[in-house]
Design a protein. Structure first.
Length: 478
């Protein structure tokens, strides 16, 4: 149908050309206008053809909710500001304390994928923060920020929404497609299957120049062109092509895990998209950008507040997450913050805080003293030992990342950071930053959680945040 509409448009213009040319014999301006219109239509046709090249990956099924679906559609309902007793039920008989929404973030600082069901693996939720964008930093650029680093070589540093010029990463959304033998055309020999699946990345169109941008805007306005373009990457490098993905150390905080360089998959249009933001902020020393996938044998071991191998039987690990495998957040706590900064941010979405597990039911900030919780099926007896135990190891220390609006990529100059710092600097281990939410470490390496699962508190106690950095220590990047 899309091809037919575009083709008919071209035929109509072509059929009209003889009459228009006869009329325009004495008028070169009209001829130029006609040629421009025909060129624009052919351009639109070409973009349409390109869009079809990004069809669904073969032999795979997409996971997660569609962009129009969300368990957070009612997140601004004022009733969520009020908590209830832990062991109570709502009017429908559901546990009052339960999982409201689940999110995995395949690419650090990009849009998350909402799930109804999520697998817990050794690094947190499946697929979470396995990828990150990084910027190449040369010795000269590094020395301007930190003179002591002038003797270091070129390095790759993970970039996030915190960094100047990268807040538009919020507009990059992804789809995860995993192999499914029930899909027509499935074959174990498909490249998509060999790579254990595919990630589709979508991002806004950016023109090559002013004229190109005009035609893009025109086509989007007429609904002839989607407002996004895309490219795809393998979930893992196929076994027969690992050499095409050079292993490279990527600096994230104090760690430098080895990761596969996926730069060969990034199209020029994506580089233009990121460059447009960085150029608009006049960033000095902007370096090359690439995409990395952490190597499974180089997951970062987590210590500090986390239970260790002696307690769990394994040492907790993570990919490109900042600190711990899971981030847990209460809806009522965010509603409390939202009420306090409503004059500056009329609608503060919980999505700004990029949590994996969003909980409804507890009153605001009751989670501050949780030490262990259990997530279990709503149908199970909540006093049973079934379910998934999660160690809530410390409070989440907040930076200014939530100042970026996930829907627009625009960074607010103050909020919600300013409001949080006014009343949520509560941890004796960190007196410079506010706290909101809890960091979690699963007690098992394989489990599954679902929206609607009941949340039970097994242990409470005081927390003392163990810092990653020594006093006065600074790391460049994230």
């Amino acid at each position: 149908m899309l091809y037919l509409q575009t083709y008919l448009s071209i035929l109509i213009v072509a059929a009209s050309l003889p009459a228009m040319l006869e009329y325009a014999q004495q008028n070169a301006a009209i001829i130029n206008t006609i040629l421009a219109i025909v060129g624009a239509l052919f351009f639109i046709y070409w973009v349409r053809v390109q869009s079809f090249s990004n069809a669904a990956p073969k032999g795979c099924q997409k996971i997660g909710l569609s962009p129009k679906q969300s368990n957070l559609n009612d997140e601004y309902d004022p009733t969520y500001a009020n908590g209830g007793p832990e062991n109570s039920t709502d009017e429908q008989g559901h546990p009052a304390w339960r999982i409201k929404a689940l999110f995995t973030y395949p690419i650090k600082s990009c849009a998350g994928i909402e799930l109804d069901t999520a697998d817990i693996v050794s690094t947190g939720l499946a697929f979470d923060r396995q990828f990150c964008f990084a910027e190449e930093v040369t010795p000269a650029a590094a020395s301007r920020k930190n003179p002591s680093s002038s003797n270091l070589g070129t390095s790759w540093i993970a970039r996030t929404l915190r960094n100047s010029g990268f807040n538009k990463l919020a507009l990059v959304r992804s789809e995860i497609w995993v192999p499914d033998s029930s899909v027509p055309g499935y074959s174990p020999d498909l490249e998509e299957v060999k790579s254990q699946g595919v990630i589709m990345l979508y991002y806004p169109h950016i023109g090559h120049n002013a004229l190109h941008s005009f035609f893009l805007t025109f086509g989007i306005y007429l609904n002839l062109i989607g407002h996004e373009t895309s490219f795809r990457i393998p979930l893992v490098p196929p076994p027969d092509s690992e050499k095409a993905y050079p292993l490279t150390p990527v600096k994230i905080w104090k760690d430098c895990p080895l990761a596969y360089d996926y730069g060969k998959h990034i199209p020029d249009s994506f580089h233009r998209f990121l460059a447009h933001q960085r150029d608009s902020e006049k960033r000095r020393d902007s370096g090359r950008i690439t995409l990395f996938r952490v190597h499974p044998s180089n997951y970062r071991e987590i210590f500090r507040n986390a239970p260790g191998k002696k307690d769990l039987g394994f040492q907790p690990t993570t990919g490109f997450a900042d600190a711990y495998p899971l981030h847990i957040l209460s809806l009522s706590s965010v509603r409390d913050v939202a009420a306090r900064c409503a004059s500056s941010l009329p609608k503060l979405s919980i999505r700004r805080f990029r949590a994996n597990i969003i909980i409804q039911g507890p009153g605001a900030f009751i989670e501050d003293n949780w030490k262990r919780i259990r997530i279990s099926s709503a149908e199970e007896n909540r006093t049973s030992t079934n379910g998934t135990t999660i160690h809530t190891v410390c409070r989440t220390i907040r930076c200014k990342l939530p100042n970026v609006d996930p829907d627009t990529g625009i960074r607010h100059p103050r909020e919600p950071d300013q409001t949080l710092r006014s009343y949520r600097v509560i941890d004796a281990g960190e007196r410079a930053y506010a706290c909101l939410g809890m960091q979690g470490v699963p007690a098992v390496q394989e489990s599954r959680v679902r929206v609607g699962d009941a949340v039970s508190v097994l242990e409470t106690g005081e927390h003392f945040y163990v810092k990653m950095l020594a006093p006065g220590e600074v790391v460049e990047g994230v």
